[in-house]
Design a binder for this molecule. Structure first.
Ligand SMILES: [Zn+2]
Length: 273
C-alpha cells in the first residue's frame, strides 16, 4: 500500500502505535508543520510548529508515557525537544537548556522504559537520556556512544546483551552496535556484507530482535539480527529515492518513505516483512 503526502520538503517521521504516520514537512505556503495520516493515508491532524526552522531536521517519534502515547518532536537547530499530547495535540512539555556546556539534544530515538535518547550536540560522542514521567521531559543523564555524530540511531532491547544502540554513519557506510552506556562494540559492518554498504540512511527496529537499515546507495533494505549483526534478509523495494524507515507495530510491517519520481512529493509505502 502506498499513499502520498502533500510535502515536497520534509524531515522526520514515525508510525504511532495505533498506525498513524506522523511526519514533519513544509507546506506550499512555507509553513513548518506535523501531519498525521491514518492507516489508509487520510490526513487527520495538523500540528503547526513554533520555531522559525523549516527545512532543517526535525525528528519525530512516539513515546508511551504510562501507557498513553505522546509525540516527541526534536528540532536540531533549536536543540529543543517538545512533547505533544495525542488526544488534543497540545504541547505538554518542552526541554531546552541554554546554559553553556549543558547537554543539547539533536536527533532522537526511543530509549529504555519510555525514555527518549537524544544525540548530545555539545559532545557528539554521547547521548542524553530523557524521562517522560507525568508527560514532563526531564534530563536523566548523558552516556557515551561508540562513534562520533552518527546519522542513524536505534535502540534495541536484546535478549543476549540487554540495552544496545545500533548506529550508522552515512558517509562511511558504517553500521555499528554497542552496549548502551558503553563504547564497547558488539558487532560492526564496514561496507563489507554482500556488496558494500553505501550511504545507510534510515534505521528502525521491530522492537524485538530485528533491525532494518536502508542501504540507500544499493537501493535495498537490510534486515539484521540485532544480537549477531548477521544479515537475515535483503529487501529490494521497487522504489526510487528511499528516505527513511519506520516500523508499524499495530499491523506489523515496514513503512518506507520515498519521493514520487514525477513531482518529488513524499510518499509512504508499506512492506510486509
Ligand atoms: Zn527550531
Amino acid at each position: 500500500m502506498t499513499f502520498e503526502t502533500e510535502f515536497k520538503t520534509w524531515t522526520g517521521f514515525c508510525v504511532s502505535s495505533d498506525g498513524h504516520v506522523i511526519i514533519h514537512g513544509v507546506t506550499e505556503e512555507n509553513a513548518s508543520i506535523i501531519h498525521a495520516y491514518n492507516r489508509i493515508g487520510k490526513l487527520v491532524r495538523t500540528i503547526p510548529l513554533n520555531c522559525s526552522h523549516k527545512t532543517t531536521p526535525y525528528y519525530v517519534l512516539e513515546v508511551k508515557v504510562e501507557g498513553q502515547p505522546s509525540i516527541a518532536v526534536s528540532c536540531f537547530p533549536c536543540q529543543e525537544i517538545c512533547l505533544f499530547n495525542t488526544t488534543n495535540w497540545e504541547l505538554r512539555s518542552a526541554y531546552k537548556d541554554t546554559l553553556k556546556g549543558r547537554p543539547k539534544p539533536g536527533k532522537i530515538c526511543r530509549g529504555p522504559k519510555g525514555c527518549i535518547i537524544a544525540l548530545n550536540k555539545v559532545k557528539s560522542q554521547s547521548v542524553c537520556l530523557f524521562d517522560c514521567k507525568d508527560h514532563m521531559l526531564q534530563l536523566k543523564g548523558t552516556f557515551p556512544i561508540s562513534i562520533n555524530d552518527p546519522q542513524g540511531m536505534c535502540f534495541v532491547e536484546s535478549q543476549k546483551y540487554g540495552f544496545m544502540l545500533v548506529l550508522t554513519k552515512y558517509v562511511d557506510g558504517l553500521i555499528q552496535a554497542a552496549m548502551f552506556n558503553a563504547k564497547e562494540v558488539i558487532w560492526e559492518h564496514e561496507g563489507k556484507i554482500d556488496g558494500a554498504i553505501c550511504h545507510p540512511d534510515g534505521i528502525t527496529t521491530d522492537g524485538s530482535s530485528k533491525v532494518f537499515i536502508a542501504d540507500n546507495g544499493n537501493q535495498r533494505i537490510l534486515v539484521l539480527d540485532a544480537d549477531s549483526g548477521s544479515v537475515l534478509r535483503t529487501i529490494r523495494p521497487d522504489i526510487e529515492g528511499m528516505a527513511g524507515l519506520a516500523w508499524c507495530a499495530s499491523s506489523p510491517r515496514l513503512a518506507v518513505r520515498h519521493k514520487s519520481p514525477a513531482d518529488l512529493k513524499c510518499r509512504i509505502t508499506f512492506f510486509d516483512v
